[in-house]
Design a protein around this ligand. Structure first.
Ligand code: EPU
Length: 463
């Protein structure tokens, strides 16, 4: 199992190109199931969750044709075509590897009339049920029951065509479709909104999703669906209105920049000091985050797609409360907690999205942080310094928090179970080393020789 060895105490100076957003890429890859035509995606980040999603799509029979670096662009280009599928099932082993596999449910059901998706279990950060995905799809007319750990879904009367091959029925055999409906999820859910939105694009008539998630990743998915011919109004608001169409077509699309990756590097420079320029970033998706970083003392110059950050002094501690977009993102809670560990003053961090997202606290304390947890609040007292130690990553964003603390610590830190970090960050240690950090991967699988999306997807598609 790979580990990261970090020598702390180096200022970060230089330029980092931000990759495409993981949480936009994952639903957009699933949306390719909604059409028989090829879909071309640019700026796809090269990270484990994307490889896992491509492997799942390849397993179902999606043809993953071309994956290449686009000259002058960041990220990778992936071409997918879901003309005919061999499987309408997302099996347990794959969903267990990545909960976002649930995002195939809406598209499969809407286009093929049936889907079988393993029910994701709980995970390290919370119980994370998917009841709102199911409720929404049932409101659109799906018949869904749970059996043997699987979500068994179909549209009554729809029998997916063709023995072992599933394809869109021809014009003379019109598909039985989901039916538009008004849906109000009990709480704001990102992937829940995405699943219902994707299903609604091919439903008959109008669907209204109220209390919809407004996260930029939902917006990016909606824009991609529009590029495929979907009719969606209210994009970026909490009320999405979808007029279902009979068919969607192929599209070419560039995945939006990852706001969480950008926020992570900004927290890193705020904790270590130095001067960083982020390229290929969308500052408009980071409003609250940039305000909090200014409060912490980071000097920011914001361009259209760049952010220049200078940190000269020790940061000031900042209190915040996670909530749905446009409020402070839970996916940056651990990174800001890391910043607070070395800041001047005391801060209160309140987590309102997930019930168990303080797993990193025990490990931060091993590095010398002073943190007290009371329910969903963590009181952090900034220390003049923290010191390197052996620690263990517990989930993706917790790993990023540990990396930031280790970069600011005196001496050497070794972070175990770094596979969590690889799930969601594209070449993080390479990017950090390029701006002066001393980060070394130790273990069996160095990043540079790890399989590219290309190799994994092709192997899967042909397995
Ligand atoms: N919830 C339910 N029932 C549902 C759906 C959600 O009770 O049917 C609850 C959840 O348990 C949670 C809250 O609603 O308490 C919000 O969860 P949400 O559904 O919004 O989370 P998600 O869609 O599973 C996505 C991101 C997460 C990010 C959250 C919140 C993807 C693939 N994942 O998860 O990203 O933390 O939204 O913004 O988009 C990460 O990248 O590290 C990550 C965990």
């Amino acid at each position: 199992m790979d580990k990261l060895r970090i020598q702390g105490g180096h200022r970060l100076v230089g330029e980092i190109a931000i990759s495409g957003a993981k949480n936009a890429a994952l639903p957009i890859l699933c949306a390719c199931l909604l059409t028989a035509d090829p879909v071309h995606l640019h700026n796809v980040p090269n990270l484990q969750d994307v490889r896992t999603m491509l492997a799942l799509l390849g397993h179902m029979g999606v043809h993953i044709d071309l994956i290449a670096h686009t000259p002058g662009a960041t990220g990778q280009t992936v071409t997918l075509q879901a003309q005919k599928l061999l499987e309408l099932t997302a099996p347990y082993d794959r969903v267990k590897a990545m909960r976002a596999s649930i995002l195939v449910l809406g598209p499969l059901l809407a286009r093929f009339g049936a889907a079988r998706v393993s029910l994701p279990g709980g995970c390290a950060i919370g119980s994370r049920p998917v009841d709102q995905h199911i409720k929404g799809l049932c409101a659109l007319g799906a018949d869904i029951h749970l059996e043997h750990g699987y979500i068994e879904a179909h549209i009554p009367g729809a029998f997916p065509a063709g023995g072992n091959i599933y394809s869109t029925p021809t014009d003379n055999a019109k598909p039985i479709r989901l039916k538009g409906h008004r849906i109000i999820p009990d709480m704001i859910t990102v992937t829940g909104t995405e699943n219902i939105l994707m299903a609604a694009t091919l439903a008959e008539g109008e669907t209204v999703i109220e209390n919809a998630a407004r996260e930029p990743e939902v917006t990016d998915l909606a824009r991609f669906l529009v590029a495929m011919g979907a009719r969606i109004e209210g994009i970026g608001t909490d009320c999405l209105v979808i007029q279902g169409v009979e068919r969607l077509h192929g599209a070419t699309y560039t995945i939006a920049p990852d706001r969480i990756e950008a926020g992570t590097f900004l927290c890193a420079v705020a904790a270590t000091g130095g001067e960083l320029t982020l390229r290929n970033v969308d500052p408009t998706s980071l409003d609250v985050v940039l305000d909090k970083l200014r409060e912490a003392g980071l000097i920011l110059e914001v361009g259209t797609d760049t952010i220049h950050a200078i940190m000269r002094d020790r940061p000031r501690a900042v209190s915040f409360r996670t909530s749905e977009y446009p409020a402070f993102p839970t996916d940056l809670q651990a990174q800001f907690m890391a910043l607070n560990c070395v800041a001047e003053g005391q801060a209160c961090v309140t987590e309102t999205i997930f019930e168990n997202r303080f797993m990193h606290v025990g490990e931060l304390i091993r590095l010398g942080a002073s943190i007290i947890i009371e329910g969903n609040k963590a009181w952090v007292t900034g220390m003049p310094f923290v010191s390197g130690a052996n620690v263990m990553a517990t989930d993706l964003r917790a790993s990023a928090g540990l990396v930031i603390t280790a970069l600011a610590a005196r001496g050497e830190t070794t972070i175990d179970r770094i596979y969590h970090l690889d799930r969601g960050y594209d070449a993080m240690e390479k990017k950090l080393c390029a701006v002066g950090a001393q980060v070394e991967r130790i273990g069996s699988m160095p990043t540079l020789s790890s399989p590219s999306i290309h190799e994994v997807a092709r192997n899967e598609a042909h397995a």
